[in-house]
Design a protein around this ligand. Sequence first.
Ligand code: F6R
Length: 261
Amino acid sequence: MAEIVVVDSKQAAGELVAAEIRRLIEATADTVLGLATGSTPLPVYAALAASLLTHPLDVSRVHGFALDEYVGLPAGHPESYRTVITRDVTGPLGLTPANIHVPNGDRATLEGAGADYERAIDAAGGVDLQILGIGRTGHLGFNEPGSSFASLTRVKTLAPKSRADNARFFASPDEVPVHCITQGLGTIRRARHLVLLAFGAEKAAAIAAAVEGPVSASQPGSAIQLHEHVTVVLDEAAASQLVNGDYYRYIWANKPAWQGI
Ligand code: F6R
């Protein structure tokens, strides 16, 4: 079962996950991180940047792989995930730009982009810790309902609900691309540790389905139930529809400190 951690604030969630990432890098300089975009992981990146500022650490050999990218945005578009990752992750953490990868969403060279990305992840030794958010549709990465649990990096069509949710980042809803290229659920499941974060009541149903619902391609988040090392970090609102929430809190309160997450 995934370990469920309910925290008081996004900041506490960020600090918890940042501490684990720091521990990984201290142990292995060429740690490979799986990087989510969107609003959810921002407290993790902020806490890690703050920690690196007060207690510097050599992160020059860390590799990073973004989960996904929009198809068809011009290079340098402020909402392309390449731009977002550079702005929110590579820059603030002081990572080596050449080590940070984002799927290629250029229409002209899209064919083969998925297979190239899979090869790049393999060549880096696979992802050690994959940061994940979840969409209201239940998507992980941009694997919308119906995505195969064995899927690899490929082009997908964003659900209308996901396009509407991401419209807040664009000047108008129509500007949100229809297509994306995303790591598959099979790619994500190969990461050695999945850390799924969610905040707010609007994520509560997707989280309950992912953690406690039946394992089903109709609920892509439920793929986490097939993984042996998953940590789900939630605020109270995102945890509010979990049937066994009290039990998860009890487990966390009694967890031996040496175990980490
Ligand atoms: C982002 C990603 C998506 C988001 C999800 C939640 O790289 O793959 O799965 O994690 O759409 O988005 P936010 O965090 O903005 O609510």
